[in-house]
Ligand binder design. Structure first.
Ligand code: ATP
Ligand code: MG
Length: 676
């Protein structure tokens, strides 16, 4: 399809947004109104009509899944080499690319590590426990505080001087030490992926000029979810030319808990007085009933911009609300329904999506889907890269390319078992800290024998000689061979067998490791027009990308999609189930306590507006929480939907006596636990 044909398919307001390239442009519109379509078409328009090189265009969005979808949609519009070098990524990946390009300026060494939140927590635990006995809750609080500071562009010095009380002062001290340690490990955390580029670009004019030459046009999807540092990044890169298009919907802002500032929509108008604001009002996604439900629900939130979405997709089927006895019945119901509805609606598996508030809700559903042999794909959750064996293997790879990565060292020094105990590691850590060295480097020191018994030194020595040997073989040539040999030499498979519940489990885990190495080999293969990659940068890309994406290569096979509401943003499906419409689940208990119901309502709005043809909302009357079966109250959001459009199933108008009795028992149990 030519760009002209493509443009002709858009409505006049969308066309205006695509064609407007003389200044900053904001498209502000509700769900399904074609905002993302404006972005994808505009990319093609810039390349094909305006003659801009795709290399100079960067489009960013929030989730990896959304980035992949956008890439696909653009791929259909750009032919052959036209799209070469185009950046379509998440903010984090864009930041990562800037860091990789500016490593030296930033003072990092090649092969740097990216700490995922778990790695970061481990480091914080170490740092905090030096001072006092610290519980997990305090560590979480400090981690969240540090993340907030980073997202708000507050550096340790500023955090220190602005600390309001003892707690903040403590957190600021930890923040400073935490950053210092990250640097020593040659590592960055997730928030640094945006913070470091912003700090660099605002202080280094040459670096700024370099990146402004590289990126001429930026497009940002889901703009309502940008935080201060992400906004600054766009500002810095685009300020001079003011050539960007951002699209967003304030009603879909669902990341306030991660520092998102929907006010950025307003700030944009203040920072760029020439900003052209375009509103879209036709929804092309959902039936009339689904859209009316979404509009009615969200009208309970206060609004900066009023929106009036309409659709000509026909009125559609009523929204079904299915009340189940308990959570297991809910999962059973959803799984068996999809099985039969696929045939009735002559749909494919991938036409169905099941959305939920928290990942834990997927567990029962997975079992039921497996029982019915329904193929499904779980996004997020326990993905390939969060499997233990893959984390082990990745730690080996990380240590091989960055011997300074202490977290990787600690993860695998005793995997498989090498009889290196916690006492030895503690002394080694003290020794390394005193000398300002990494753990791995410290293992090579002769002086170690003064602080550790001979046997311990010998065991550490055996481990370091093993790793050094692998590194040597990797340098000598066939690197992948050396890596495969490494897993055989240390008999990792035997270790898996010792730790698995069944031999088949161990075999599957070993196969996962081989898959990982195959993937690594594949990623080294020469891409068209690019140099062959050496194994180090291939590993580093794999490590970085996969920590970032936390999921294996997307497979587009035909499967039911299981997603959290957060992860579903920007996507659409013919048939959508949203599970668990209960008080304390959606809206979430924490939000009820914190009084942030509006954000939960937006989350429900996001869920509802994913559906094109049918929407089913399910809930359970009882659910296990904290090890006990609890009665659930239907979500207040159900009361906010237009009653006439709902088709309730299984609602007990009269309370059944069995349930009453059960509740009595619960109350007694609750009282007992209160009384100790
Ligand atoms: P969200 O807020 O959920 O991210 P959005 O505003 O980005 O939604 P899109 O995903 O771009 O909306 O579009 C929703 C659906 O409408 C898509 O299937 C898209 O192909 C279709 N669409 C967009 N614009 C038009 C149009 N002018 N004519 C027909 N279909 C359209
Ligand atoms: Mg979109």
């Amino acid at each position: 399809m030519s760009i002209q044909q493509r443009l002709a398919k858009l409505n006049p307001r969308q066309q205006e947004a695509v064609r407007y390239i003389d200044g900053p442009c904001l498209v502000l519109a509700g769900a399904g109104s074609g905002k993302t379509s404006v972005i994808t078409t505009k990319i093609a328009y810039l390349v094909q009509e305006c003659g801009m090189s795709a290399r100079k265009i960067a489009a960013v969005t929030f989730t990896n899944k959304a980035a992949r979808e956008m890439k696909e949609r653009v791929g259909q519009l750009l032919k052959g080499r036209e799209g070469h070098g185009l950046t379509v990524s998440t903010f984090h990946t864009l930041g990562l690319n800037i860091i990789r390009g500016e490593l030296r300026t930033l003072g990092y060494k090649p092969g740097f590590s990216l700490f995922d939140p778990e790695d970061a927590k481990a480091l914080l635990r170490d740092l905090m426990q030096k001072d006092a006995q610290i519980d997990a809750e305090q560590i979480n609080r400090v981690q969240h505080q540090i993340s907030t500071w980073k997202n708000d562009l507050v550096l340790p010095g500023q955090a220190m001087s602005h600390a309001a009380d003892d707690d903040e002062q403590f957190a600021a001290r930890v923040y400073e030490a935490y950053n210092r340690h990250l640097k020593a490990y040659n590592a960055v955390d997730f928030d640094d992926l945006i913070l470091l580029p912003v700090v660099l670009l605002s202080s280094d004019a040459e670096a700024l000029a370099r990146w402004r030459r590289k990126i001429h046009y930026m497009l940002v999807d889901e703009y309502q979810d940008t935080n201060i540092s992400q906004y600054q990044l766009v500002q810095l890169l685009m300020a001079e030319r003011a050539t960007f298009t951002v699209v967003g919907d304030d009603d879909q802002s669902i990341y306030a808990w991660r520092g998102a500032r929907p006010e950025n929509l307003v700030t944009l108008g203040e920072d760029f007085p020439r900003l052209k604001v375009i509103k879209l009002e036709q929804n092309y996604r959902s039936t009339g009933i689904i859209l009316r439900a979404a509009n009615t629900l969200i009208s309970n939130n206060p609004h900066v911009y009023e929106k009036a979405l309409w659709s000509d997709k026909g009125i559609g089927a009523p929204i079904r609300i299915v009340v189940n006895r308990h959570e297991e019945a809910e999962a059973e119901r959803v799984a068996s329904e999809i099985l039969t509805r696929r045939i009735k609606e002559s749909a494919t598996w991938r036409d169905f999506a099941v959305l939920y508030r928290g990942n834990f809700q997927a567990r029962l559903l997975e079992l039921k889907l497996q029982h019915y042999q329904v193929p499904y794909k779980l996004s997020g959750g326990t993905s390939f890269f969060s499997r233990n064996e893959i984390k082990d293997a990745m730690a080996y790879l990380r240590l091989l390319i960055n011997p300074g990565d202490d977290n990787a060292f600690l993860r695998i020094v005793n995997v498989p078992r090498r009889e290196i105990g916690p006492g030895t590691l503690e002394k080694l850590a003290n020794y390394a800290t005193e000398r300002g060295e990494s753990l791995f480097a410290a293992c090579h020191e002769l002086g170690l024998s003064q602080v550790l018994p001979e046997r311990a030194v010998e065991r550490l020595g055996r481990f370091t000689r093993f790793i050094d040997g692998v590194r040597r073989r990797m340098d000598q040539g066939h690197a992948l061979g050396a890596l495969r040999e490494m897993f055989r030499d240390m008999d990792y498979e035997a270790w898996l067998h010792q730790n698995a519940s069944a031999p088949t489990v161990a075999e599957r885990r070993m196969a996962n490791v081989w898959t990982l190495l195959d993937q690594l080999e594949k990623s080294m293969e020469r891409e068209e027009g690019e140099e062959t990659d050496d194994v180090e940068s291939a590993i580093s890309r794999l490590v970085l990308r996969d920590i970032l994406e936390q999921q294996a290569e997307e497979d587009d096979s035909d499967r039911v999609q299981l997603l959290t509401l957060h992860a579903a943003k920007g996507l659409e499906f013919p048939h959508v189930y949203v599970m668990g419409l209960e008080e304390e689940l959606l809206p979430h208990r924490n939000a009820i306590e914190a009084g942030t119901i509006e954000e939960e309502r937006r989350l429900a709005y996001v869920g509802i507006t994913r559906a094109r043809q049918t929407l089913t909302l399910t809930l359970a009357r009882q659910r296990k929480a904290y090890g006990e079966l609890m009665d659930c109250t239907p979500s207040r959001f159900l009361d906010e939907l237009p009653e006439a459009d709902l088709d309730w199933e299984g609602r007990a108008d009269k309370e059944d006596p069995e349930k009453k009795q059960a509740r009595g028992k619960d109350a007694i149990a609750g009282l007992r636990s209160l009384l100790g």
